[in-house]
Design a protein around this ligand. Sequence first.
Ligand code: SD4
Length: 340
Amino acid sequence: MKYNRRKFIGLSALGIPLLSGADLLAGARSIKNMGSGGPIVISTWDFGVAANAEAWKVLKEGGRSLDAVEQGVWVPEADPANQTVGLGGFPDRDGKVTLDACIMDEKGNCGSVAALEHIVHPISVARRVMEKTPHVMLVGEGALQFALEQGFKKEDLLTPQSEKAWKEWLKTSQYKPVINIENKSFAPRKLPGNQYNHDTIGMLALDSKGNLSGACTTSGMAFKLRGRVGDSPIIGAGLYVDNEVGAATSTGVGEEVIRNVGSFLVVELMRQGYRPEEACKEAVMRIIRKKPETAKEIQVGFLALNKKGEYGAYAIQKGFSFAVCDVNKQDLIIKGRSYY
Ligand code: SD4
């Protein structure tokens, strides 16, 4: 559905805030891609480039977007240098690495694991939940037991580097769940040892058959309360795919994304005619409008891809980037626009 005058009036009458003329102009300027129609893969943060390259191997051969996103996010999951996804992720405050992940395909099938320990590729366990069980989500001990039954190997995910950072953190044990703010000096921009405390990967792909899939995987907030689960494994919050419309994923403070069912909201806004960046912006604005004071101090970013292959992102704070890979460009990094 396209924007038109009647649609604008309809949205307004429903109480849905409309973008101003200036917003639309700025949005139009920032939306450079006109939608390749696929194949295309996009993912959060600069390190999405390497993940996209892996996903692209599947897409360029005409493969399924579901395989592309699973294999794409394997890259940061297996990278010990990436300290908020998979192996080498920062532990919780008790020193345990607990992983959250979910995956969703073009048919609306989805699978998820939360607080999963000892498995390098939680995304693949999430896919097994989707494909081998009648359920959507498994957590904690039960998720681990299922993974082991499925043949996944039990491994120690706490690297010396992440253990060192945790021990440093223990000295003050300051529990301040602020993540991903790159541009503010008051925020813990870097953790002990100079590591960034973001890096959740959300990946969205459109394959040559025009089918969309998405994956999201993380070790969550560094030094979180034991048992804390963020948005990343929650279908509708950290990830949502609707093959009629588009797909969305998020990064940042998961609590605010869950409260606003962020990724579902972005997809539903696209259904109403919003372009990807406009939809992401409106989802960000919901968070800001509800909690303006909190929003000043946190980061949340959304990333979206529609059925035409158009993409966009929007974040509360500056510094959110995403990576794009299609037939024209394999290693593109785009600085997402932001409210502040
Ligand atoms: C969480 N959204 O656990 C994740 C963390 C994150 O970039 O995205 N960091 O809340």
